[in-house]
Ligand binder design. Structure first.
Ligand code: F6R
Length: 245
């Protein structure tokens, strides 16, 4: 079920997402957060850091699992998602490093790493999963055509995704890794609650497909129509192709 929230500013959307995070932190003994990288969640992470500093909210008992990581670059690469999480969140809160999980993108045996990552989540259902959405409707790196039954797997990135992410690699698409390791759609659907951000006009088609299109692997995010608790946070540009809003 979708709860759709449309606001004028990114700040208002971040505040809505933060409320959901705080509710999980306040009510669970060992909260489990599913985290994303990219531009979408950065403002939310800033609010979490601010709240930790100002109100002492602790992350000592929190467990996190990230959605994905590029294949072929080391963790210490400045554009790895592991580095992203340190720079944008983990370095500024009191979460023990061993409580955080990001797939290893340069594992010797990639398939074994996928299995290991999926197994690491067993017994720790995600209380709240934070998501962004790609302009092609991907969630995590599950590109169009990915099976709804997929679990953590190796993904060939679409050209549109490589171009979208070139902004983090000197605007040079040839520098963007061509593969990623990603939680599958079935993995994501196991989360108890989901909060998804989409802002900007280039997300409008994907948002329309997700919310009012058919449930089809052509738009991976459309699988969320079958989830019981999804909050979708939109600005007016991302909501511009929806009818009745
Ligand atoms: C990131 C991820 C991706 C992004 C999506 C949107 O961990 O899984 O699915 O959420 O590509 O990216 P932004 O937020 O940069 O527009």
């Amino acid at each position: 079920m979708f709860r759709i929230i449309i606001k004028d500013t990114k700040e208002e959307l971040n505040a809505e997402a933060f409320k959901l995070v705080k509710e999980v932190l306040d009510t669970k003994e060992q909260p489990v957060l599913g985290l994303a990288t990219g531009s979408s969640p950065v403002g939310l992470y800033e609010l979490m850091i601010k709240d930790h500093k100002e109100n002492g909210t602790s992350y000592k008992n929190v467990l996190t699992w990230n959605l994905d990581e590029y294949v072929g670059i080391p963790r210490t690469h400045e554009q790895s998602y592991w580095t992203f999480m340190r720079k944008n969140l983990f370095d500024y809160i009191d979460i023990p490093e061993e409580n955080t999980h990001v797939p290893v993108g340069d594992a010797e045996d990639e398939e074994a790493e996928c299995r290991k990552y999926e197994q690491s989540m067993e017994g720790h259902p995600v209380d709240l999963q934070v998501l962004g959405i790609g302009s092609d409707g991907h969630i995590a790196f599950n590109e169009p055509g990915t099976s709804f039954d997929s679990v953590t797997h190796i993904v060939d990135l679409e050209e549109s995704t490589i171009n979208d992410n070139a902004r983090f690699f000197d605007n040079d698409p040839t520098k963007v890794p061509k593969q990623a390791i990603s939680q599958g759609l079935a993995t994501i659907m196991r989360a108890k609650k989901i909060v998804l951000f989409a802002t900007g006009e280039n997300k409008a088609d994907a948002v329309k497909g997700m919310i009012s299109g058919p449930v089809t692997t052509d738009c991976p995010a459309s699988i969320l129509q079958d989830h019981q608790d999804v909050t979708i946070l939109l600005d007016h540009a991302a909501a511009s192709k929806l009818k009745n809003f």
